[in-house]
Ligand binder design. Structure first.
Ligand SMILES: Cc1ncc(COP(=O)(O)O)c(C=O)c1O
Length: 372
């Protein structure tokens, strides 16, 4: 089982943020010096320009730069000013941040199982979870694949529910030609360094077509204040730095290239990986951005070890579902078998912007030697 299949000169990393950012060092240095010389470090010209450029990229009217993806989700819920303890439908198969945003804004997360062929919330299961207290559906476009948006938007319309998109993993992905972030009343993005559009620290954004939501987001990120020292809401400090916005402006120009490179890597995996593994579904309505390229196998832990011993580092997104986390004790007795099955069997293969077709061919060859 542990025999070496291919002699790799060096390990293939799962991620390497030095290599990811290396192509932009020159441009980063220029904009870094400009910000340094300007003496303006929080919410300035770079943030304003980035907000315009990112809104244009997503094809929405407005964007507010924030400090993180979690803040963007939490602020989007606060903007709606819902009755306390409203129910918010979220997928059971997500990163815990989605669920934390609901709790942080004083509401109740109601978990709905995913569709095993997409890993995203199953539209057919949503209506059973709707009650008189349900006010929002918060979808997550996990791994870089959009949710099945037509039926979800239809449910929102019929039940008069708000739609918020968690796009923390979906920069550059689309569904029927429309980008992630352009479907909901609001959408939240994270610019954590490992994202397809990642800054050199923490960052996030809220996008919307609603000018009142934008106005509130801009106030809530700045202590609830529009006019200096006059506070209309109990806001937070969630402002995007000028330096991060300047770096993001550099990388936004390259986002489509990054996504297109990841698609080429994914294509090699999809063509080469044997039927011993479950690979991500592909459908013509969906343009996936492969923030994560996952496969599934019942002997996942053994497979991870096998790949490591043969020179390939992998990750697990995620080893423990949110409802089984210590932090969410009140949910620990609940059962979401589909989500649990995904968490038990999923493995993320290297698919970063610095990986080459050659890397992926080697990984595929090694992977296919795993015979369990
Ligand atoms: C699905 C999802 N939502 C929200 C977040 C939160 O983003 P941030 O780390 O910028 O707060 C993440 C972060 O990885 C995420 O994966």
């Amino acid at each position: 089982m542990t025999k070496t299949i291919i002699y790799l000169k060096t390990m293939i990393d799962y991620e390497n943020l030095q290599k990811v950012n290396q192509p932009y060092f020159k441009e980063f240095n220029i904009v870094f010096n400009q910000v340094l010389e300007s003496g303006w470090f929080v919410l300035g010209n770079n943030v304003t320009e980035f907000e315009k450029e990112f809104a244009e990229y997503i094809n929405v009217k407005y964007c507010a730069g924030l400090a993180s993806g979690l803040d963007a989700l939490t602020i989007s819920l606060k903007i709606l000013d819902l009755p306390e303890q409203s129910e918010v439908i979220v997928p059971s198969n997500t990163y815990i941040a989605t669920i934390l945003s609901v709790l942080l804004s004083g509401h109740i997360p109601v978990l709905v199982e995913p569709d095993l062929s997409t890993y995203n919330i199953d539209p057919e299961r949503i209506e059973d979870a709707i009650t008189a207290k349900t006010k929002v559906i918060m979808v997550v476009h996990l791994y870089g694949k959009l949710c099945n948006m037509d039926p979800i938007m239809d449910i929102c319309k019929r039940h008069n529910l708000f739609l918020i998109e968690d796009c923390a993993q979906a920069h550059g992905a689309s569904y029927k030609g429309k980008k992630a972030g352009s479907f909901g009343d609001m959408a939240a993005f994270s610019f954590y360094p490992t994202k397809n559009l990642g800054c050199l620290g923490d960052g996030g954004a809220l996008v919307t077509n609603n000018s009142e939501y934008l106005r509130k987001a801009r106030m809530l990120r700045n202590y609830g204040s529009e006019k200096k020292y006059y506070n209309e809401y109990q806001g937070v400090n969630s402002r995007l730095d000028e330096i991060q916005a300047a770096f993001l402006r550099v990388k936004l120009k390259h986002l489509d290239e990054i996504v297109s490179h990841k698609n080429k890597l994914a294509e090699v995996y999809l063509k080469g990986i044997s039927e011993n593994f479950i690979t991500p579904g592909v459908h013509r309505d969906f343009f996936d951005c492969y923030h994560i390229f996952n496969i599934r196998h019942k002997k996942r832990d053994m497979l991870k070890q096998f790949l490591f011993e043969n020179g390939v580092k992998t990750e697990i997104h995620y080893p423990l579902p949110p409802h089984k986390q210590k932090a969410l004790k009140f949910m620990n007795s609940l059962s979401y078998p589909i989500s649990e099955e995904i968490h038990r069997t999923t493995l993320s293969l290297p698919v970063s912007s610095f990986h080459t077709i050659d890397d992926v061919q080697k990984i595929t060859k090694i992977l296919n030697e795993f015979k369990y």
